[in-house]
Design a protein around this ligand. Structure first.
Ligand code: PMP
Length: 395
């Protein structure tokens, strides 16, 4: 703790230059701070200055709506540039992060049902929010039913089903499709990570209800801004109702900031941010997968090589490590039976990750974030090398 400058957690002293050798790599959170240097390079064009009299009203003066039409246009444009979603003929709804929109989407779909609805995540491991929101808000007639395999094997269930499909998946990055289909099943696609930063984009997504987030596109998680792309007018109306009743629309200040940021993203055909992000995460994935190729004690998820329409080439496997792509998170398995609690094994080795228990997948895995700032990532690599070299010393 230095009271004047806020030092990175492994450093101290007056000018933050003292390295503390017993500090841990903290790679627990999915805060995408790896994008901060991009915004430093574009500091002037991305700055927002708001005069005191500006945007005081509840609504935008030109259309009397809670939603900026200009921002809506920018979002459609970014999807066209990124080639990751088809927005034509669909409605766009803004929310306070995708967190609020996931809730609103669930609500809009539950309201169609007058009787028992099971809410499920498409597979284990899954992002915990779907379960936590369903249970915390105790939505009428709804029950969280775990992952979709629970229903697939249970042919007796005759009620309605809402399946959350996280693609790419948090934590393991897989591009997933729905498991359940049929007239009583509705899907909510959580596409927070469906950007070429984090995954190959084999084709633009064209589902009826898709949710995206500014947090993962530009890294501005603290602004709390996300959007849903919705095909059906009734679902759209109900989601809008939800947002209006919950908070009378989304902050105009945030919409102004989002517009400014998206204009920078779209500059020059939009490749600048996408290239920047892809380069960093490809490089990080290469480093992490190289380290895990040296150990028998742990294993890393594999990411298949896929054609990416955005970069218009196949992401080639790199000769030295087999498959070199990128991912948002490293999803690591502890293979020894004595390593019962994987998160704990790494915690002792001074690496703080998120336990697979948080993704309803037992204790044998741990998730490390690869999207944090460079110092956190460097510390992760440093500690991983230390831990894995012990294996060689022991043998
Ligand atoms: N969906 C997934 C899969 C996530 O990982 C996250 C955040 N880590 C969110 C949604 C929520 O993001 P936000 O509310 O910041 O848009």
């Amino acid at each position: 703790g230095n009271p004047i400058c806020e030092c990175y957690s492994c450093y101290g002293g007056i000018d933050c230059s003292l390295f503390s050798s017993n500090c841990s790599a903290n790679v627990e959170s999915g805060d995408p701070l790896f994008l901060e240097p991009f915004w430093m390079q574009n500091a002037d064009s991305s700055a927002v200055v708001v005069a005191g009299w500006h945007r005081m009203s509840y609504v935008f003066p030109n259309n009397q709506s809670f939603i900026s039409k200009e921002l809506e246009k920018s979002i459609r444009k970014i999807h066209a540039i990124a080639k990751n979603a088809i927005t034509y003929g669909k409605y766009i709804i803004f929310g306070t992060g995708s967190t609020q929109l996931l809730h609103a989407a669930g609500h809009a779909l539950y309201m169609d049902n007058n009787y028992s609805t099971k809410v499920v995540a498409n597979k284990i491991p899954y992002y915990s929010l779907y379960k936590l929101q369903t249970e915390y808000f105790q939505t009428r007639h709804c029950e969280f039913g775990g992952d979709s395999s629970m229903l697939k094997n249970n042919s007796d269930f005759a009620g309605n089903v809402i399946e959350f499909v996280t693609s790419p998946n948090n934590p393991d990055g897989s591009l997933d499709s729905p498991v359940l289909n049929g007239p009583n099943v509705k899907h909510i696609y959580d596409h927070a990570y469906y950007w070429s930063h984090y995954t190959a984009i084999p084709a633009p997504a064209d589902e009826d209800l898709m949710i995206f987030s500014m947090s993962k596109l530009t890294g501005h998680a603290g602004s709390r801004f996300g959007w849903a792309i919705v095909k059906d007018v009734n679902v759209y109306t109900r989601m809008m109702e939800f947002i209006d009743l919950a908070e009378m629309g989304t902050s105009k200040d945030v919409q102004l900031r989002a517009l400014t940021l998206l204009k920078v993203v779209a500059q020059g055909g939009g490749k600048q941010l996408f290239n920047f992000a892809q380069q960093i995460l490809t490089d990080r994935w290469k480093k992490v997968s190289h380290i895990f190729s040296l150990t028998k004690r742990f294993s890393l998820q594999t990411i298949p090589t896929q054609y990416c329409t955005f970069f218009e080439r196949t992401r080639e496997p790199s000769p030295e490590i087999g498959v070199a792509l990128m991912a948002t998170y490293a999803w690591v398995k502890c293979k020894r039976t004595e390593d019962k609690n994987c998160q704990e094994v790494f915690r002792v080795a001074k690496i703080i990750g998120r336990s697979s228990r948080a993704f309803y997948a037992g204790d044998c895995y741990v998730r490390f974030s690869l999207v944090m700032d460079q110092q956190d990532f460097d510390m992760l690599i440093h500690r991983l090398k230390e831990l894995i070299s012990q294996e060689y010393e022991a043998s």
